[in-house]
Design a protein around this ligand. Sequence first.
Ligand SMILES: Cc1cc2nc3c(=O)[nH]c(=O)nc-3n(C[C@H](O)[C@H](O)[C@H](O)COP(=O)(O)OP(=O)(O)OC[C@H]3O[C@@H](n4cnc5c(N)ncnc54)[C@H](O)[C@@H]3O)c2cc1C
Length: 492
Amino acid sequence: MPLDTEVLGRRGEIATALRRLIAADSVIEDAVGLKPYETDALTAYQQPPLVVALPSNTAEVSAVLSYCHANGVKVVPRGAGTSLSGGALGLADGVTVGLSKLNRILKIDYENRVVVAQPGVTNLAISHAVAERGFYYAPDPSSQIACTIGGNVAENSGGVHCLKYGMTTNNILGLEMVLITGEVIRLGGAHLDAGGYDLLGLMTGSEGLLGIVTEVTVRILPKPSHVRAMLLGFSSCEAGGECVARVIGAGIIPAGMEMMDHLSTNASEDFIHAGYPRDVEALLIVELDGPESEVAETIARIRAIAEGCGAIYASESNSDEERLRFWAGRKAAFPALGSISPDYYCMDGTIPRRRLPEVMKRIAELSDRYGLRVANVFHAGDGNLHPLILYDANRPGELDMAEAFGDEILKLCVEVGGVLTGEHGVGVEKRDLMGAMFNQADLDQQMRVKCAFDPKHLLNPGKVFPELKRCAELGRVHVHRGQVRFPELPRF
Ligand SMILES: Cc1cc2nc3c(=O)[nH]c(=O)nc-3n(C[C@H](O)[C@H](O)[C@H](O)COP(=O)(O)OP(=O)(O)OC[C@H]3O[C@@H](n4cnc5c(N)ncnc54)[C@H](O)[C@@H]3O)c2cc1C
């Protein structure tokens, strides 16, 4: 995307103007101050923003966006910067709008079982705020201690318990958002349905391209009375994958169902000593929750299915400490793999669960072909794969190879009927692969939605879409003898 040199030349002027709209010390333009904003969790990409603005409330977000819109300045919304797809990566000619100061829980309503939070509140803080009354917020990304609810909405984030309780989109009821013009709109509320288009659904997963979320109304759930976890070991990933498909096929929806391969199981065991069996090729961690009798019966059914798939190891937690220990290994899997490889590249694709055994086999073949190890740690019940490609960035060419390997995995996901991302978003990382999943008509139609919200392409440009088309081009404006239709509409 070409740099807007005119905006670059007005950097000082833009920072001064923003200081008139929000507190002066909430506008950052010095190189050291910009440093923390130059990347997100996809650290391979780095770009310090033109300026960072840290508004404190909706009115300030509105003022900043209104100024940027009027002055043709691009905007990148940012929560905690834990995006794994480069969604919050800065732009040299754009203002990064950080939402960290909008960090208050505005309302806890136990009667209607909702919490209203500002976008900078962390995911885990919502569960903590309602824990004393026995409630929690179900979607639980592994980054939940740091990532914000605004970022979760923008990425439609998921986690271990989304298999049973749904992703972010299934757990939010209302949003307040600021459009690029500075207008403030409300979508949904504390009620269950809203009239008109499902704009709430559209906003969820929109990766900061349609507006800035300034308030979120989420559902909260009572904690289940009983929770137990199982460990199931198999002598091949195919057998583990088959067990996942059969459990779901039998109509059982566990609270969580995760899979780790031999490499990740052993790395975790070395790292945190969770008590995992070392001689299995695939380890399933399955959590069941609900009334005690239902949990016990479901455990027995899953055990029988696992035996039918040739399980070589099975155990169940008999206390909450033991259950948490089972999970501790899974939660530490990424840092554990970081301790056995200088670098890793975490992929995120989703496939139909039935195709798990075949896809596991083909990823292993690709691993041999590229000569790079791959560790698989993933939300097996959702078919959401997280293959981690292990490489060494100091070895010339290995990063490029890891990226090419990753592209092949994602194309494989699409080939078997899946999608490019399960929960990490498209961002800059998978932008150029969108054509593998969508045809031009699909992409054009998605772009028309973007144009309806942001005709000047000022919000998070360069993310999600492989090429930016001017909105007028999408309308295929036909010019006959120099006469354009609707001459009164501004063009750019
Ligand atoms: C160790 C680790 C583990 C992870 N595990 C998971 C996981 O299990 N499941 C999962 O889904 N993700 C996971 N992630 C990815 C990441 O945490 C999520 O995508 C998260 O939702 C991002 O939230 P954030 O506040 O950090 O957003 P950011 O990274 O700051 O931004 C992410 C995107 O949202 C946009 N955005 C942010 N705030 C707003 C807002 N208020 N309004 C509009 N747009 C906004 C940004 O422009 C960007 O496009 C993990 C990341 C790490 C580093």
